[in-house]
Design a protein around this ligand. Sequence first.
Ligand SMILES: *Cc1c(COP(=O)(O)O)cnc(C)c1O
Length: 379
Amino acid sequence: MKKRLFTPGPTPIPEDIMLAMAKPIIHHRNPEFKEILKDVNENLKYLFQTSQPVFTLTSSGTGAMESSVCNILNEGEKAIYVNGGKFGARWGGLINTFGGIPIEIKKEWGTPPDADEIIKQIKNHPDTKAVYLTHSETASGTVTAVKEIAKKVREISEALIVVDGITSIGAMEMRMDEWGVDVVLTGSQKGLMIPPGLAFIALSERAWKKVEITKNKNFYFSLQRTKKAFDSGDTPWTPAITLVIGLNEALKMIHAEGIENVWARHSKLAEGIRVGCKALGLELLSKNPSNAITAVYVPEGIDFQKFNDALKYDFGVTVAGGQDHLKGKIFRISHLGYYDEIDMVGMISALEMTLTKIGHKYIPGSGVRAIQNYFNQHV
Ligand SMILES: *Cc1c(COP(=O)(O)O)cnc(C)c1O
């Protein structure tokens, strides 16, 4: 059976990337690898839309999240974070772990924070050192208005803006420098289309000043150590060589397509999926849906397990389920990374055939017709 992955990490890997990673391994202190690292570092800046260095860490995305807390926040310092899903909640866990004082803004899953709520908390806590946001909350498929929030926060506060861009980088507009975002981070197995194992983080000059005076504990994730190695074209520890080689290919692909075109493609594919789902009478969870992932309610009276099994075992399609209180209540379709229109039409078609199989009522062909019409009208 042909397997098709529609999950928000890992995401499908293009053939050229797989082939590059299949070659015999090289040593990371060789000039050959240093050349690759140089190209990677340049293209990462383009991806993040920053002139600052973007560091490649050997860990999953959470490693970059951890480094953005333990290098920036001292024990006893306040940080605001938005908990509107599993990944936003992770900020709270990290701030707590490193002895910071978390100030939580809790949101219903699917509802993004508005800038005024964050401003209100900053006014309540003027000594706040950082605001931790999740650009695309993967648990609910919801986008936070990072640009607007960063602008408003900067008007009244010195607090650093830290953004988990793990499912937004390479999918949705992010202009780190122009938007005045201080820290942006992501992981490899999402928009970058390579296997899990790398994380990336970039810091503004303001953020660096804070790193230099932060005394919290860190070692492996020390950004000062990382920067020192980076400045001499190196990495502090053994890098995941194979993944960096794959990354080089992925970044070349993104560069060749053009970052704005990558964002536009994600926007179109996401809207196609939303249009297709709605035409099937399916309800979407998010009030401000992400272009990386679409969270869809499991129709009334349908058993999620049966639905998921049919999708997976009859059609080879893997989607993600719901997490925590939404387990069994939603499913999440990823359109992040290496996808095109035909993948999306196929996804809606698989959804239709699965719904037919488990007895959900809808007009056959309505989803496929809707997504095709949408794509035909938006060439
Ligand atoms: C996947 C994801 C993470 C976690 O990344 P890991 O690679 O599993 O450590 C964090 N935040 C968001 C928004 C994600 O989608």
